[in-house]
Design a protein around this ligand. Structure first.
Ligand code: SF4
Ligand code: SF4
Length: 305
């Protein structure tokens, strides 16, 4: 697993040298998620105010119990929204809209080989800012954020203390727990490893065996240890909370890292088309590739570092 992680970081560092359409899409997905998290309390749709008791529901002052019910309904609605997204596209929300996964993505940018001090500082700033934004958005559900500059000394200390603790926790999650949470602890992940309702969308290995380099870049870059070329096959034992023996696609975060790595490898070799694709399935492209049909291994990736 350590070796796989090192290879993932090495591949990601190579990939980051070139802007990619997935960077913009993920930025958009995270922007929407954070936007919703901020919008509900700041627009007063639901907010409990543990500071001055100015609770809100549907834009109007409300008793504590009603506002708390609104917050609970809001959290449940967020889960329903992610459920619907995932229902259509597997764990699509995990790969493109979940701030917890994004914390891991920001944190691992610090561990890439050969980082200069400036790059390291920039990675800290990006990850820290995202952790702060996420923590602030969660705090906004439970207190009027004006407590951060208008509160009494005790209220100020409490609010800033809670915020600092949440930021530290979020950043520590990305640094230390990272993708192990997505693979073996997230309740949403457990649910999807059970049911995998996505029938039409996901990563698939197209019937393009002639262009596959068998370089294993897709395997090595997968953050949750899957084999992207054969996601229809049952997986072996999985860590943490997971269903052993379910097809790989049940565990797939739909993050597209394997596709991006594949595109990069194929472009270097001047081949077309790219064997891996993230999108709608079409006909036999869903089928796993028979191992005996793959071309002889070519250790292109090992030379790339
Ligand atoms: S060419 Fe693409 S699909 Fe084939 S092994 Fe390399 S990364 Fe995977
Ligand atoms: S198989 Fe590909 S899309 Fe799925 S989690 Fe692994 S890298 Fe991400």
């Amino acid at each position: 697993m350590v070796e796989r992680t090192d290879l993932r970081l090495k591949i990601l560092r190579l990939l980051r040298r070139q802007p990619h359409r997935y960077d913009r899409r993920r930025l958009l997905g995270m922007g929407v998620s954070l936007g919703v998290l901020f919008a509900v309390p700041l627009l007063g749709l639901a907010r409990v105010d543990l500071w001055r008791g100015r609770h809100l529901l549907l834009g109007a002052p409300a008793p504590f119990k009603h506002a708390l019910a609104g917050v609970i309904v809001g959290i449940a609605a967020t889960y329903v929204a992610t459920f619907l997204v995932n229902l259509a596209g597997g764990r699509l929300f995990c790969g493109w809209g979940c701030p917890v996964g994004q914390l891991s993505r920001f944190a691992e940018a610090l561990d890439g080989p050969g980082l200069s001090r400036r790059q390291r500082l920039a990675a800290h700033l990006r990850g820290g800012s995202f952790s702060a934004a996420l923590s602030l958005s969660i705090l906004a559900w439970w207190v009027d954020l004006r407590v951060l500059w208008q509160g009494s000394p005790a209220a100020l200390a409490s609010a800033w203390g809670v915020l600092a603790g949440a930021v530290a926790l979020a950043w520590a999650h990305g640094r230390f727990w990272r993708w192990d949470f997505c693979a073996g602890a997230c309740p949403i992940g457990l649910y999807y490893s059970l049911v995998s309702p996505a029938r039409w969308f996901g990563v698939h290995f197209r019937d393009q065996l002639a262009t596959c380099l068998d370089c294993d870049a897709c395997d090595n870059v997968c953050p949750v240890g899957l084999a992207p070329r054969s996601l229809m096959d049952p997986t072996g034992p999985r860590p943490g909370l997971a269903v052993d023996g379910a097809p790989g696609r049940n565990h797939c975060l739909e993050c597209g890292d394997c596709v991006r790595a594949c595109e990069w490898m194929i472009a270097r070799r001047g081949r077309e088309p790219v064997p891996l694709r993230l999108g709608f399935f079409a006909g036999p492209q869903r089928l796993p590739a028979p191992p005996e049909a793959r071309p002889a291994p070519q250790p292109a990736l090992r030379k790339a570092g």
